[in-house]
Design a protein around this ligand. Structure first.
Ligand code: F6R
Length: 239
């Protein structure tokens, strides 16, 4: 399956994605958006908030579905996905999205995963994904097959380290809840956002290497409407 790869300069990358997202929601105001957290989307969300404040973007009729969440982090921990998405996007919009589907951490994790899966199963219009340094998408870690369901997952050492060292978690989470690869592939459209030189090697493996559960991102190539949006450093090792 062929996929579009948009390569942008690092300086225009976030603004362009935000503008495209604003246009996408303008065309379909009640779009159901599945959104990640992390360092990759943060500048995109900041740019989208700027557009919204200027009246050039609105998610007011859209529904937002959180992609994944850590299990076991205390309330108020800065790395919690739901809190982070509120902090960086939802709470900063002049008119918040019609619905924000967080992952319920007040119930047992398996039940929370099943409930969140039911939310996603009723349809995702556009899913934004970041790319893990280990090739994960959401928290579908290496070893996740193309038919992986939404579930509770054990995190790899890489992902645990990122939660504390880059996202500021007070203690390293051992597990998380993620929409499964299978559910993500059901989304009508997927945009894979990738920036920075440190992602160049894994992006090349995911797009140009074999399709393998060693890099679950490689399964995205099966999707008929995958758009990869990379900055020049991230795209530097693509074939
Ligand atoms: C976050 C998520 C993860 C990240 C990935 C890249 O919700 O699902 O898969 O997208 O780990 O993280 P950053 O963007 O921090 O490099």
């Amino acid at each position: 399956m062929s996929h579009a790869v948009d390569v942008l300069s690092s300086s225009e990358w976030a603004d362009r994605i935000a503008a495209d997202l604003a246009a996408r929601v303008r065309a379909e105001p009640a779009l159901r958006l599945c959104l990640p957290t992390g360092e990759t989307p943060a500048p995109v969300y900041a740019a989208l908030v700027e557009l919204a404040v200027r009246g050039d973007a609105s998610l007011a009729s859209a529904e937002v579905v959180l992609l994944d969440e850590y299990v076991g982090l205390p309330e108020g921990d800065p790395a919690r996905g739901g809190d982070r998405l509120r902090r960086e996007l939802i709470d900063r919009l002049p008119s918040p999205p019609a619905v924000f589907h967080e992952i319920d951490l007040t119930t047992d994790p398996d039940t929370a995963a099943a409930r969140h899966d039911a939310v996603a199963a009723s349809g995702l219009g556009l899913t934004l994904l970041g790319l893990g340094l280990n090739g994960h998408i959401g928290l579908n870690e290496p070893g996740s097959t193309v038919d992986s369901p939404t579930r509770v997952v054990q995190l790899t050492a890489t992902s645990r380290g990122i939660a504390t060292d880059r996202y500021g978690a007070a203690a390293s989470p051992t597990s998380g809840i993620t929409l499964g690869v299978a559910r993500l592939l059901e989304s009508r459209e997927i945009w894979l956002l990738v920036n920075g030189e440190r992602k160049a090697e894994i992006l090349a493996r995911a797009l140009d290497g074999p399709e393998t559960d060693a890099y679950p991102a490689s399964f995205l190539r099966r999707h008929p409407a995958l758009r990869v949006i990379a900055d020049e450093p991230a795209a530097s090792r693509l074939a």
